[in-house]
Ligand binder design. Structure first.
Ligand code: UN1
Length: 513
């Protein structure tokens, strides 16, 4: 990591390395146990972090509550100015933060930079939005009355994020929440705590420079226990949680029990339908990036290819030859396509999935395996695999967060492919590769894909921030980032104003005194 300038990057981001002590991050009130962050890239201990104890959590919540009282009074365009400054700081720190993401999480450096770019983009989006938090006006049924609606800040937004997008998902939430006048409490994944500290240090600088209360952005570190404190906390009207369906069900039930709001971004089981009219070259690029990019650890990663029988062998052969070109290794080295999985536990799950699919009758097309030897000392590097399978296999129905691609065959019309595509419990992302207008439109129609994201001639991953991001069914139903996703971060109020000297009742009701 030294040769890629990691030491300088950590110093720039205000993170103490192991010899320098334990990192806490500004305003994290961390006095709990020590959490160590090991890089999946080289297996080295990068730094240690203090976790948040229950007493610390109380302090964080008090700081956030006090900050909200002040922040909600600042006009939205001025809050937009704060987010603009944050975006500027991210531009200055793009290289260092991108490197840290790559080193702590293991995604390729290009993708690390890409993730920081998403943060910059959502800031720009939010700045514009800060002058467009529009409500509607309606015509009252009563004379001399006016009706309109307005959006007010909601309060404290709790953010629980996953290791795979350790910085961007936080910013999708915070950039919008801040312009909406909310304050944020963030629990990053315990697998990527340093990314959390780096982000917190960057925003803390902006907050300080503008003499604002530090509780606008709070960080708490730890495992599911601190997540539970947040989920059960009545002071947090909205919990935005990204991660597994298992985690989402626990969080959602706790939040629902107190009638809070939750925004859930959970598992996907995304597929690309490859029809006889598909451009094969484009299909291979989209499918390979979708399946092996981020080592298959995006919630939008391509898990299934649903290929028409007439072109099945052609697509399969092209995939095998593309997989033969893949370079697996240190993600900081830009010649490599595929980096490591997040940890050895993930490697185990990958290996189990391959065993299981064979046991269920799957046929291995590109053999996987765990890599060892020079450059692979962390034990987290695996070979991307391709398996011919059936959609009904239990393992195919399950989201395995690793580069395992299942090939499924369909015959007849595109309706059959759509049925397979929709025949899973998850509903995040989907795509069709076709030059046939009828097939494409059918895929996007009411009887088409049941996912939150449906693409034509693009893969399943790599969504832009301008659209609302999220999915249906067990993916959780939440939408964040672009479009009108901001609305969940505000409370809506309907106002009726009478400017006459009488009081007519609605629905024509007479009530004479
Ligand atoms: C995620 O994997 O949690 O669409 C988010 C994409 C990225 C975001 C993925 N923009 O692949």
């Amino acid at each position: 990591a030294e040769q890629f300038g990691m030491k300088e990057a950590l110093a720039q981001l205000g993170i103490k390395t192991i010899n320098e002590g334990t990192s806490t991050g500004i305003n994290s009130f961390s006095n709990g146990e020590i959490l160590e962050s090991y890089s999946p890239v080289d297996g080295q201990l990068i730094a240690s972090v203090k976790t948040t104890s229950e007493a610390d959590y109380e302090k964080v919540m008090q700081t956030a509550s006090e900050a909200f009282k002040i922040f909600r009074l600042i006009p939205a365009p001025q809050r937009g100015e704060i987010v603009r400054q944050f975006g500027d700081k991210l531009r200055k720190n793009k290289e260092a933060l991108g490197k840290l993401v790559s080193y702590e999480m293991g995604k390729s450096l290009q993708e690390g930079y890409g993730e920081v770019q998403e943060m910059i983009d959502i800031c720009d989006f939010a700045v514009g939005l800060s002058r467009q938090l529009h409500g509607l006006t309606m015509h009252s049924e009563r004379p001399g009355h006016r009706m309109y609606e307005q959006y007010h800040p909601l309060g404290i937004v709790g953010i629980i994020s996953a290791f795979n997008f350790p910085v961007a998902v936080w910013s999708w939430n915070t950039a919008l929440a801040w312009i909406c006048g909310d304050v944020c409490v963030w629990k990053p994944s315990e697998k990527t705590p340093l990314c959390g500290i780096a982000c917190q240090n960057i925003i803390a600088e902006v907050i300080r420079e503008n003499n604002l209360p530090e509780g606008i952005s709070c960080l708490i570190n730890g495992d599911y226990k601190v997540g539970q404190l947040m989920a059960n906390d009545k002071r947090i009207p909205l919990i935005s949680a990204t991660g597994s369906t298992r985690m989402g069900k626990i969080v959602a039930q706790a939040v629902a029990a107190r009638l809070g709001k939750s925004l859930l971004e959970l598992g996907g089981n995304n597929s690309i339908i490859v029809t006889p009219d598909a451009d094969i070259k484009m299909t291979i690029i989209g499918a390979v990036f979708g399946a092996v990019g981020t080592a298959g650890q995006r919630c939008t990663s391509t898990r299934r290819l649903i290929i028409h029988e007439s072109i099945y062998d052609k697509v399969k052969d092209a995939l095998v030859s593309a997989y033969g070109q893949l370079k697996i290794g240190n993600p900081l080295d830009e010649k490599n396509h595929v980096g490591p999985l997040i940890d050895t536990q993930a490697v185990e799950m990958y290996a189990k999935a391959l065993e299981k699919v064979v046991a269920e009758g799957g046929n291995i097309v590109v053999k996987g395996g765990v890599l060892s030897g020079e450059g692979y000392e962390s034990g987290c590097y695996v070979k991307p695999a391709i398996v011919e399978a059936e959609n009904s296999f239990e393992i195919v129905q399950h989201e395995t967060f690793a580069p395992v691609l299942y090939l499924l065959k369909y015959s007849g019309s595109v309706e059959n492919a759509i049925e397979i595509q929709n025949g899973v419990v998850q509903g995040l992302s989907s795509a069709i590769m076709t030059n046939n207008l009828r097939e494409a439109e059918l895929f996007l129609s009411v009887t088409g894909s049941d996912c939150g994201i449906a693409n034509v001639n693009i893969g399943t991953s790599g969504a832009e921030i301008g659209g609302a991001f999220g999915g249906e069914k067990e993916t959780g139903g939440g939408r964040e980032s672009g479009s009108d996703a901001w609305k969940i971060y505000m409370r809506r109020q309907t106002n009726t104003i009478n400017y006459t000297t009488s009081l007519p009742l609605a629905q024509g009701i007479k009530f004479d005194l």
